[in-house]
Design a protein around this ligand. Structure first.
Ligand code: BES
Ligand code: MN
Ligand code: ZN
Length: 486
């Protein structure tokens, strides 16, 4: 999709050429300097009872009087916040994309000082609106006609809007990559496929990529990762990619993604209902790929390392069993009490591996626990951090990107349940506080670096009729990485 900005004053919005002019309105009145033709139409629509200054209200007018564009879409946002603007725009785009409009021009009225973020979110909303999964569905609906979006802004705002459009397009490309990887079925999006995707990204964006196979992983001594992979016939991959945007001497940000391309639970088999959704259990890996793509496009002065541990979790005669004890790369032994708690088993070795990069910070991203879905639902990702400043940065990144998270606790008392009579640590505790005990398990393996963990079990995909990957938390992570650049 083509995104651009065009300078237009509020007074002359009606002169905009486009197939649809979208006007997003904050507050409950019209500014005095709004184009009189548009102001007249809004007032008349309110008089008729067809439109209101109430969040969620939209109205499509065809061939409106005095307006150059053949369609005028009004969308009320209510509050003058970024989130309210995006929600209103999404509703408006719903009307636009259902029609033959190829070019939409968007104006925001009453959102002072939000230009850059509004431009970014406009791109994200438009890309999201036209995304269609089709890789394994030839009968998928045809692409929407919408192919060009212009953000109308005051001349003085041209620079921030341009920056916002650039960031939005990079993030949107990352989100789309993450969604597409997540949506592809387990028999397509295998560990091998994820490795190929990273090689591809390396080729197009000039990244150093290494994809390790089982032999190499054995050499590294990743006994915990190997123990999960060995139940499956699908070969594992340990994927490492580097974006170098700063001096070699600068400590990198390291992202670690859980790449379970299908989680059956293993011998601790999951119930059948909704088990298909466990193809999304590589959502962490997908978001790391997507973030790397966005960062490589934006080229900030920072070093970034992406690590993905990818395998399937399957039952078989060779599979890991409850009661087995495995030795992690860190040397710590782990008693397996539940083979369905496999995410932490692959991540712990990746966290140990991360140490070799002498990272400034390591953030792991994982669809780790059903308990996190119970705690936070699908709105905020669970966030754990070893220090307050890091937690603040992640919270702020999430808010800025409209991809929010919520800090969860790491009190040492939560570690109690992970005691084992047969190993240094057990892989599960009691059911209570399940997302926290999972984080406590990972914390034991986080090395001498600042560390954070995002539990995205509730946010990485949607179930039900709109089943599909969301591309989260590519927005949060990209904003976070950009915030770490010096
Ligand atoms: N991939 C799942 C977590 C999950 C479950 C994400 C449901 C989204 C929806 C993870 O590997 C898992 O199975 N976790 C177990 C841990 C338990 C055995 C301690 C869980 O949450 O039930
Ligand atoms: Mn599992
Ligand atoms: Zn899992």
């Amino acid at each position: 999709m083509d995104f651009r900005t065009q300078s237009a004053s509020l007074q002359a919005l009606a002169a905009t050429s486009a197939d649809a002019l979208v006007v997003v309105l904050a507050g409950d009145s019209l500014p005095a300097d709004l184009d009189p033709a548009i102001a007249e139409l809004v007032k008349d629509s309110i008089k008729l009872g067809d439109f209101e200054f109430k969040a969620g209200k939209t109205l499509l007018l065809q061939r409106p009087n005095g307006v150059k564009a053949p369609r005028l879409v009004l969308a009320a946002a209510g509050k003058a916040t970024l989130k309210a603007a995006k929600t209103a725009l999404q509703a408006a785009l719903g009307l636009v994309k259902a029609r033959a409009a190829a070019h939409a021009a968007v104006a925001y009225v009453g959102f002072d000082g939000l230009d850059e973020s509004l431009a970014e979110q406009t791109v994200l909303a438009a890309s999201d609106a036209v995304y269609v999964y089709r890789h394994t569905k030839p009968s998928a609906p045809e692409a929407s006609a919408l192919s060009k979006v212009t953000v109308l802004a005051d001349k003085a705002q041209a620079k921030p809007v341009k920056r916002g459009l650039e960031r939005g397009q990079a993030i949107a490309a990352g989100v789309e990559l993450a969604r597409e990887c997540a949506n592809r079925p387990g028999n397509y999006a295998t560990p091998t496929y994820l490795g190929e995707q990273m090689h591809e990204l390396g080729r197009t964006h000039g990244l150093k990529v290494e994809v390790l196979d089982q032999k190499a992983v054995e050499k590294l001594g990743m006994g915990s990762f190997l123990s999960v992979a060995k139940g499956s016939d699908e070969p594992l991959r340990f994927i490492v990619a580097r974006y170098e945007g700063a001096a070699k001497s600068q400590a990198p940000v390291v992202l670690v993604g859980k790449g379970i391309t299908f989680d059956s639970g293993g011998i601790s088999l999951k119930p059948g209902a909704e088990m298909d959704e466990m193809k999304f259990d590589m959502g962490g890996a997908a978001s790391v790929l997507g973030t790397l793509r966005a960062v490589a496009e934006l080229k900030p002065k920072i070093n970034l390392v992406a690590i993905i541990a990818a395998c399937e979790n399957m039952p078989s005669g060779r599979a890991l069993k409850p009661g087995d004890v495995v030795t992690s790369m860190s040397g710590q032994t782990i008693e397996i009490l539940n083979t369905d708690a496999e995410g932490r088993l692959i991540l712990c070795d990746a966290l140990t591996y991360a140490e070799r990069f002498k990272p400034a910070v390591v953030v792991d991203v994982a669809t780790l626990t059903g308990a996190c879905v119970i705690a936070l639902g699908g709105i905020r990702s669970g966030m754990y951090a070893s220090d307050d400043e890091l937690a603040q940065s992640l919270l702020a990144a999430g808010d800025d990107a409209l991809d929010p998270c919520w800090r969860m606790p790491l009190d040492e008392e939560y570690e109690e349940g992970l005691k084992s009579n047969f190993a240094d640590v057990a892989n599960v505790g009691s059911r209570a506080g399940g997302s926290i005990t999972a984080a406590m398990f990972l914390k034991r393996f986080a090395g001498k670096y600042r560390w954070a963990h995002l539990d995205i079990a509730g946010t990485a995909w949607k179930g039900g009729a709109a089943k599909g990957g969301t591309g989260r938390p590519v927005g949060l992570l990209t904003h976070f990485v950009l915030s770490q650049a010096r």
